[in-house]
Design a protein around this ligand. Structure first.
Ligand code: PRT
Length: 117
């Protein structure tokens, strides 16, 4: 499912989503899904994230690209709820990705103590 050419979107939507979910903390669970999920605790939030991740990989394995896009959005939303619950900010994750940028996963694994390469 290609992004329509007249729509400009980028990953800043994740920062905005994080702010919205953070603002939902402690609000009325009957009008906010995020508030409802956050009120149910870490175990339920983690379970929902796991379920969404499984649904995502099912679509990937089945080769259903359109459904994979939707499930990927679900995974990212539920990951953000997980971060809000855990007190992790997107900036921390972006910084970790930035730190890793340019380091091959193969080279990083080989550099671990005890690696047999
Ligand atoms: N991106 C999402 C998003 N993705 C998925 N969902 C909701 O996640 C829910 C998943 O449904 P499920 O039946 O799997 O889960 P469940 O209702 O917890 O059911 P159980 O597993 O507990 O039985 C649905 O209600 C979806 O609408 C989302 N809800 C909200 N957002 C974003 O979060 C913002 C704030 O939403 P509220 O907190 O609801 O105001 C919204 O403006 C959106 O930008």
């Amino acid at each position: 499912m290609p992004v329509p050419e007249d729509i400009t979107v980028d990953a800043s939507v994740l920062d905005r989503l994080f702010d919205v979910v953070t603002s939902r903390r402690g609000t009325d669970p009957s009008i906010s899904h995020s508030a409802r999920l956050l009120s149910r605790g870490t175990g339920k939030i983690a379970q929902k994230f796991g379920e969404e991740a499984v649904e995502c990989l099912i679509e990937a394995v089945a080769g259903r690209q359109h459904e994979l896009v939707g499930e990927s959005a679900d995974v990212l939303y539920h990951l953000i709820v997980l971060w809000v619950d855990a007190g992790v900010t997107p900036a921390q994750v972006w910084a970790e990705l930035d730190r890793r940028e340019g380091t091959s996963g193969i080279a990083e694994k080989a550099s671990r103590p005890g690696s047999k390469r």
